[in-house]
Write a protein that binds this ligand. Structure first.
Ligand code: SF4
Ligand code: SF4
Length: 189
């Protein structure tokens, strides 16, 4: 009978030898592959003791930035939430009271701000959308956990600490850093 393709193979019905019946050639073949890999460069690292070097543009855990004086930059405009394709961001806004100028830079601020890290796809669109340079993705990894609720990050985890600022300048291009030096745009510093 004519074969349908030139890749067809004739099935061999030859009797297996005793060694083949005992899987010896297959076992030896497997062992030789394992031994060969012992002398090759490892593809894995012993995380968390050993950490891989990340790309300079790695997008990890977000930070909500403060301005030079330590006031929260976010004005709860909602643009980050609207631009988020994963609908991972939620917030509620509140009006700044007299005497809170050192806490919040704008008259409106986010009284709650949450990002669901299980929904987030770390695309960076929230960072692009923010008109106040309030939210940035950083090179920090979101740590693992056991319950889903722990992955809903509130302001306690997102807003940078006054005594432990997160430097994001290394992740910005020279063009952006030069743009920020323009005095007329100092409201955005
Ligand atoms: S990085 Fe992308 S998916 Fe994650 S919160 Fe920002 S916009 Fe949403
Ligand atoms: S982080 Fe930026 S875009 Fe999002 S609500 Fe705050 S000011 Fe608006």
């Amino acid at each position: 009978m004519q074969a349908l393709t030139n890749r067809s193979k004739v099935v061999s019905n030859k009797q297996m030898t005793f060694a083949e019946k005992m899987y010896l050639p297959a076992i030896l073949g497997g062992i030789s592959i394992t031994i060969r890999h012992l002398f090759k460069k490892k593809a894995t690292v012993s995380y968390p003791e050993v950490k891989r070097e990340f790309s300079q543009v790695y997008r990890g855990q977000h930070v909500l930035k403060r301005d030079d004086k330590g006031a929260e930059r976010c004005t709860a405009c909602g643009l980050c939430a609207v631009s988020c394709p994963a609908e991972a961001i939620t917030m509620t806004s509140a009006e700044r009271k007299k005497g809170e100028e050192n806490l919040y830079r704008e008259e409106k601020y986010a009284s709650t701000y949450e990002i669901n890290m299980l929904r987030c796809i770390f695309c960076g669109l929230c960072e692009e959308a923010c008109p106040k340079e309030a939210i940035f993705l950083t090179d920090r990894m979101v740590p693992t956990d056991f319950t889903r609720n722990e992955f809903v990050y509130g302001k306690d985890k997102l807003v940078e600490k006054t005594d432990d600022r997160v430097d994001v300048t290394k992740r910005q291009t020279k063009a952006v850093l030069d743009f920020k030096k323009i005095k007329q745009l100092s409201h955005n510093r």
